[in-house]
Write a protein that binds this ligand. Structure first.
Ligand code: MSP
Length: 512
């Protein structure tokens, strides 16, 4: 069975920002973990390219919408390549096959009797592409997310009969694992309990959208089109534009990872749309929190946004992955602080893990010309072996809950334990005593082997650093956790090259 998991499809109104990087790094980590566990993974990301917001952005730049979308989509694809993201698909909703799939999906929903004409009145946020309030107040309220005045709309549209799915959606969201983390489930439950209302799925006078079959002047509401991108993305390059073919390739998605602001679309609207079309709804939705920077909301207008490419150039992917995933509990809001980033990266990666590798290899080379070859190899009951086994076992659980922070901390603890073991055993003193040579050989072997396991366990979180660490132990990048997490695989007697730092300490004078 394929484990299909997705990031949101990002709007192309602007280049990637740190929020999209955050979601994508998290999903990448989970996808890598699943692959290391031997699962077949379909990791989908991409761009959401239609709608008024994109049309307006293109107009402001005096570009044709398609031309604008091509430029920004390319920037997204280049960003993910630069960050080493392991996505299997990159879907653009302007893909010609996507347009055909949206039409097929609509026809199914229509055949079910779930499309009706209606009049939509209300205050609309173009940046959210969402109606926020249907109370006809005289002055425009502000969008709570964008803090900009909403726009009044009064249109004849096509509606999706969401209200028909009240009972089914209530049953779906009451499943323990459908909406995660649990705290977010209550938000959605409250919304659903308030009674589901039909929502408009088309727009008139909006040329930048997919035409609605049989309704010449209408284009699809951008969210109706975008969510379906998750299904179109499943098509192989040579597949025909056929909804059933796409579905057979890996639907339902096991997991949509999104920010908390778009939870309702994924946990309510989208499953109901699937039910209407006779398609299984996605199996789980995880809504993560929002990032701020030094306590402030980030934004272009505020002049404090973090350019992902600059961040990557200055810090490197490993450092940013470590900082974001180790410091913020995934699901909660988080604050990016430069000093904290430096401290964690330097302490955890350069000092704790880097020095462990460096000094252990240095001792192994000096005293044993490589991996020691003691008469008795430390066995799986060695305290470090037990620690490594416990960490490995817990990681499964942590990743299952998208608890990246705990996964990172458990691996770090293992490295701390290995450093502690060295201090306790003080091989640098023991080596001077001829009677203790065997003991030193055993200790150094145990610590080197633990370092290898730290490297393997870091492979999903920090793929590059993990590969550099393992290379210094003469090993290829981790590829199979089932096989590589057993104790005692480092070859005794194997020569080791002179160690090099796995990460340069980060020193930053200027703000990022
Ligand atoms: N196009 C829609 C998604 C359609 S999915 C079929 C969209 N795109 S977006 O580009 O505006 O947002 C993408 C994601 O970035 C959302 O999950 C949003 O929550 C997230 N973030 C935007 N700003 C963020 C932060 N400051 N911090 C963390 N994530 C944030 O919505």
């Amino acid at each position: 069975m394929t484990f299909t998991l997705t990031t949101p499809l990002y709007y192309v109104n602007d280049r990637p920002h740190i929020g999209s990087v955050y979601t994508t790094l998290a999903v990448d980590t989970l996808a890598r973990f699943k692959r290391l566990r031997g699962e077949k993974v379909m990791f989908i990301t991409g761009c959401d390219e239609h709608g008024q917001k994109i049309q307006r952005t293109a107009e402001l730049a005096s570009l044709e919408p398609q031309q604008h979308c091509d430029t920004i989509s390319d920037a997204y694809a280049a960003t993910w390549a630069a960050w080493g993201i392991s996505n299997d698909r990159f879907i653009r909703t302007t893909d010609p096959r996507h347009k055909l799939l949206v039409a097929q999906f609509f026809e199914r929903v229509q055949a079910k009797g779930d499309i009706v004409e209606g009049r939509q009145q209300g205050w609309y946020c173009v940046a959210c592409e969402e109606y926020k309030d249907d109370a006809a107040s005289a002055t425009a309220p502000d969008c709570p997310i964008h803090q900009r005045p909403l726009e009044w709309r009064d249109e004849l549209n096509l509606f999706f009969r969401l209200s028909r799915y009240q009972a089914e959606i209530e049953a779906l969201i009451s499943q323990a694992d459908f909406i995660r983390p649990a705290s977010r489930r209550h938000e959605v439950e409250n919304f659903v309990q308030g009674g589901l209302k039909d929502f408009s799925i088309s727009r008139i006078n909006l040329p930048w959208g997919i035409p609605v079959p049989g309704h010449g002047e209408h284009t699809f509401y951008v969210w109706f089109d975008a969510l379906l991108g998750y299904i179109t993305a499943l098509l192989e390059p040579d597949d025909p534009a056929d909804l059933d073919v796409a579905l057979a390739r890996g639907w339902p998605a096991q997991l949509h990872v999104i920010g908390k602001d778009i939870l309702r679309f994924h946990a309510v609207y989208w499953p109901a749309m699937c039910m209407s079309a006779g398609i299984e709804p996605p199996q789980a939705v995880f809504g993560h929190g929002f990032l701020t920077r030094e306590g402030q909301k980030m934004g272009k207008s505020l002049g404090n946004s973090l350019d992902p490419m600059r961040l990557l150039d200055i810090c490197g992917a490993d450092a940013v992955r470590w900082y974001l995933l180790r410091d913020i509990q995934f699901g909660d809001d988080g604050d990016i602080q430069q000093q904290r980033l430096l401290d964690l990266v330097n302490n955890d990666l350069a000092n704790t893990i880097g020095n462990l590798l460096n000094r252990t290899i240095a001792m192994a080379r000096k005293w044993f010309e490589g991996v020691p070859n003691p008469l008795q190899l430390p066995d799986s009951q060695h305290p470090l072996a037990l620690g490594a086994a416990a960490a490995s076992a817990q990681l499964d659980d942590h990743y299952g809950q998208l608890a990246f922070q705990r996964a990172a901390q458990d691996v770090l603890q293992l490295a701390i334990a290995a450093n502690g073991y060295l201090s306790e055993r003080a091989p640098w003193t023991a080596i001077k005593d001829p009677a203790k040579q065997e003991q030193v050989a055993e200790d150094i072997y145990a610590v080197l082997e633990t370092t290898r396991l730290v490297g393997v366990l870091l492979a999903a979180l920090l793929p590059d650093l993990s590969a550099r660490l393992l290379a210094q132990l003469g090993l290829p990048p981790a590829s199979d956790w089932q096989g590589q997490l057993h104790w005692g695989q480092l070859l005794p007697g194997q020569p080791l090259e002179e160690p090099t730092p796995i990460l340069q300490r980060l020193e930053l004078e200027e703000p990022l």
